[in-house]
Design a protein around this ligand. Structure first.
Ligand code: FCB
Length: 441
């Protein structure tokens, strides 16, 4: 198994999950500050107030990335650092941070991949309706323009949004992520405005004379019916709509799927030309992969009509491990939606890692997880998918949203009391994989 020369072996993080320093240098509050400080919203009341303190420790963290051997690093820019209330005056100190980070990466020979929105909407915009308000899409494009002006000369890969599914449905329907709403109509409206914001951001990047590649990252799932019973097949179709087609169809075909109206009701918030904006050509497409699941009809839930079949061996987050889904998704996207270059912008495994008496963090299950997923990615490549990179989630253990610090995903273990970082076994494994560019280990 060998990957093409120049293949991007990276690691991924997001601002709110690692930075901390939430009120420093003029940063404004985001919906995740509000949500994490809401009693009961996050496991054990954890917040991102300190997180990995990366805002202060970034030079040492970049040195760790160097020793890991990655040639790329995916991080996100916090909108509320750049525009503390969402619009209005630019906070230069916020931009300075990402400027230093970008230079620090380049000095170490690491290619930056910048996510412009990884869920930390400025609270000021939420107070004016958040993503349920059409105006937020335009404010996003303004913010993107500001970041772009500062970093465009050095950033070769841009991603507009991370996982619009989670922003829309986990945040506005399940209610387990910020802003914690539970309303399907609002969720689907937010979904549309997120995608519109993406399209307007692409325009802003192109208008700014972008030098880098422009893309978006979606989390996609591999869905199959639990049986050949037509009711289960219908359930699988609906879940596939909800998790995949509601994003892929507008982005790559310029239309919402025909069955969307039956599922969600009239999409009357869509205006003329929106879909042309949303489907403007991209340079590459990012995929986050975590789930492959069987689905069956659920008479108990007539509205959605489906339920996921619980996996035989659930992980800490309740999902199964199944690398086949990664290959299936890569091949499906390539076959049915786009010939664009693809990149795995995230995949990873949650564990209760701990430092053993010998000082080691023996995360052998994570090694097996990544080994399987790297192999699945390689199979997709061998089958003609133009895959150009793989970014494990995550570089460091960090604030895992509603799970707080209760689960760990990092290649590096973080002791939150001392902020000490320690490479897990998986980091050593990954270092070798990178050195050999995937060759047999
Ligand atoms: C993804 C998120 C990322 C991280 C992983 C585990 O949905 O994009 O921030 O939380 O899940």
């Amino acid at each position: 198994m060998r990957f093409p020369d120049g293949f991007l072996w990276g690691a991924a993080t997001a601002a709110y999950q690692i930075e901390g320093a939430v009120s420093e240098d003029g940063r404004g509050p985001s919906i995740w500050d509000t949500f994490s400080h809401t009693p009961g919203a996050v496991l054990r009341g954890d917040t991102g107030d300190i997180a990995c303190d990366h805002y202060h420790r970034w030079p040492a963290d970049l040195d760790l990335l160097s020793s890991l051997g990655v040639n790329s690093y995916r991080f996100s820019v916090a909108w509320p650092r750049v525009l503390p209330t969402g619009d209005g005056d630019v906070n230069i100190k916020g931009l300075d941070f990402y400027d230093r980070l970008t230079d620090g990466l380049l000095e170490r020979g690491i290619t930056p991949m910048v996510t412009l929105y990884h869920w930390d909407l400025p609270q000021g915009l939420q107070d004016r309706g958040g993503w349920a308000s059409r105006d937020t899409a335009f404010r996003f494009a303004d913010y993107v323009q500001v970041v772009h002006q500062r970093l465009a000369d050095r950033v070769p890969y841009w991603l507009t949004l991370n996982e619009p599914y989670c922003s829309a449905f986990v945040g506005h329907l399940d209610g387990t992520h910020a802003p914690g709403l539970r309303d399907e109509r609002v969720a689907v409206t937010a979904l549309h405005h997120l995608l519109l914001g993406h399209g307007l951001a692409v325009q802003a990047l192109r208008a700014g004379g972008v030098t880098g590649q422009v893309g978006i990252t979606c989390n996609l799932t591999s869905v199959r019916a639990a049986s050949t019973d037509p009711a289960d097949e219908e359930a699988a179709r609906r879940l596939d709509l909800h998790e995949n087609r509601m994003f892929l169809d507008p982005l790559f075909r310029g239309e919402y799927p025909l069955d969307a109206v039956a599922q969600y009701g009239d999409l009357d918030f869509v205006r003329d030309d929106d879909l042309a904006v949303i489907s403007a050509p991209l340079d590459y497409f990012g995929i986050n992969y975590y789930e492959r699941h069987a689905v069956r009809a659920s008479p108990a839930d007539p509205v959605r009509g489906w339920e996921r079949v619980p996996p035989a061996e659930p992980t800490l987050t309740g999902i199964g491990v199944d690398p086949r889904g990664l290959r299936e998704i890569l091949e499906r996207v390539h076959r049915d939606y786009t010939s664009l270059p693809l990149v795995v912008t995230e995949t990873g495994l949650a564990l209760h890692d701990y430092v053993g008496p010998d000082g080691e963090v023996a995360d052998d299950e994570r090694i097996a997880f990544f080994d399987g997923h790297v192999r699945a990615a390689h199979e997709a490549l061998a089958n003609g998918v133009p895959l150009f990179g793989f970014f494990p989630w995550s570089f460091l253990d960090n604030f895992e949203w509603a799970s707080g610090y209760g689960v760990r995903y990092g290649l590096y273990y973080v002791d939150y009391a001392t902020q000490e970082r320690r490479p897990k076994r998986s980091a050593a494994w990954y270092q070798q994989l990178i050195r050999a560019n995937g060759a047999a280990r």
